[in-house]
Design a protein around this ligand. Structure first.
Ligand code: PLP
Length: 433
């Protein structure tokens, strides 16, 4: 039975209930109510450790994974991943604030984003973040001016579009030329921008950054991206006489699909081989390597629990199973038709032979979590679990229809604790005037 799960943190107990990190999900639903996000700390720490040991093995420790906090951001996750030795990628003043509030050393925070506001840039500078990843020339000019005014030299990297089509969902491809992110390589824009950055007096260009997309279940595009980026890295060295020190190869690895795991090791070793080969060819030192995984650190570690409230069978059409959540706490099916494994948590050992469309409670026909998916025969009051919701669920949640965001519970070794409280109706009107 265990093999049906994509993560080792899931199991089934003697009652036939789904468990996560040794906690019975039906009991969690009773204790904390539904809808409920549950995250496994064991799984998150284990993934972080695997990335960490891969960097030791493949780069002699000359590199670090940055956790892309957009995948799931709160104080506790910032504490956990940095305790495990990862750095943090933040893309907004709010993510930066959260990381600092969690006690993360600013030097280990890297500030991204394609249109950082003046307020965010000032905040990043004043906080002393490790580097700012510059997306465009206006931003470069703003950072140069702000740094001059403050009498500081700011470390920056530059976001490059390496022109790689990563064959993923159109909305989340970012490496190709038609993207709002970064400087394009193929038309010379990136090189011109680097020249400007090198000439700036109050910024220090330390490295390059790329991110070719998300949910990439294939090592080849990452290898190609590393080769393209190192060629450009070397061009800056040979043509501008500027030696950079850092190369950030982005995130986007989808490391598990159904039962098939893409071992980190394969990804890490193939990319590092490409990095070392290119550096050898160009006769340059291997840069300090960053990667920026978000999803692969938290996705499988999370699940969402719901109570089945209604079952509506439309003869010859379909059966809707309505849950006490929906697109306001998981908008990803509505946005990208994301695939999820759904199951009835209190009947995991029963055959999953009932075709259901899981519908949320928002006033939108498109408010679905999954269509025509096979689950155990549902009854009103059952606990429905949706697996692999640890990434881009809580962080993309809203208050649509003035629904309250559910709490997030962290589980570890059979123990559970709330890490984000559920919102109340008072929270909903807190900023109303
Ligand atoms: N880095 C950047 C710049 C991103 O835009 C993203 C995702 O959008 C990530 C890292 C993390 O990607 P993933 O969660 O797919 O690993």
């Amino acid at each position: 039975m265990k093999n049906m799960f994509v993560s080792d943190c899931y199991n089934v107990n003697e009652k036939g209930h789904l468990t996560i990190s040794g906690c019975d999900t039906v009991e969690l639903a009773e204790k904390y109510g539904t809808a409920l996000y549950v995250m496994s700390e064991d799984e998150i720490r284990s993934v972080c450790r695997r990335y960490k040991s891969s960097f030791e093995r493949h780069y002699n420790g000359n590199g670090t994974a940055l956790y892309a906090s957009k995948a799931f951001c709160c104080k506790e996750i910032c504490r956990i991943v940095t305790e495990e030795g990862l750095d943090l990628d933040v893309v907004s003043g709010g993510e930066l604030y959260t990381a600092l509030a969690a006690g993360v050393d600013a030097k280990h925070i890297h500030f991204h984003g394609n249109n950082k506001t003046m307020q965010e840039l000032c905040y990043a500078l004043e906080s002393g973040v490790g580097d700012i990843v510059v997306d465009n020339l206006n931003e470069l000019h703003r950072i140069e001016k702000l740094s001059a005014e403050k009498g500081v030299v700011t470390s920056i990297s530059m976001r490059i579009k390496p022109g790689i089509d990563a064959h993923t969902h159109e909305f989340i491809r970012t490496g190709q030329i038609d993207s709002k992110f970064g400087f394009a390589l193929e038309n010379g824009e990136a090189f011109e921008a680097v020249k400007e950055a090198v000439a700036c007096e109050n910024v220090e260009l330390i490295g390059l950054h790329c991110h070719i997309g998300s949910q990439i279940f294939d090592k080849a595009p990452f290898v190609l991206a590393a080769q393209v980026m190192l060629k450009f890295y070397n061009k800056i060295h040979t043509e501008l006489g500027k030696t950079l020190t850092h190369l950030n190869l982005g995130g986007g690895l989808k490391y598990k699909e159904a039962d098939a795991a893409v071992p980190y090791e394969d990804y890490m070793s193939d990319v590092s081989e490409a990095v070392h080969a290119a550096c050898k060819e160009y006769g340059i030192q291997v840069p300090y390597i960053y990667i920026e995984p978000g999803r692969s650190i938290v996705c499988e570690a999370g699940l969402t629990l719901y109570t089945v409230g209604d079952i509506k069978t439309i003869p010859n059409v379909r059966t809707y199973v309505a849950i006490d959540g929906g697109m306001y706490e998981n908008p990803r099916y509505a946005l990208y038709q994301s695939d999820y494994t759904c199951l009835i948590a209190n009947k995991v050992n029963e055959p999953a032979d009932f075709t259901a469309t899981i519908a949320g409670k928002c006033c939108e026909s498109g408010d679905l979590i999954q269509e025509n998916t096979l689950i155990q025969k549902p009854e009103v009051g059952d606990i429905l679990a949706v697996l692999s919701t640890g990434a881009y669920n809580y962080s993309m949640a809203s208050n649509y229809n003035r629904n309250t965001r559910p709490p997030v519970v962290m589980v570890r070794g059979g123990e559970s604790r709330v890490i984000i409280k559920g919102e109340t109706y008072e929270d909903l009107v807190r900023n109303d005037v």
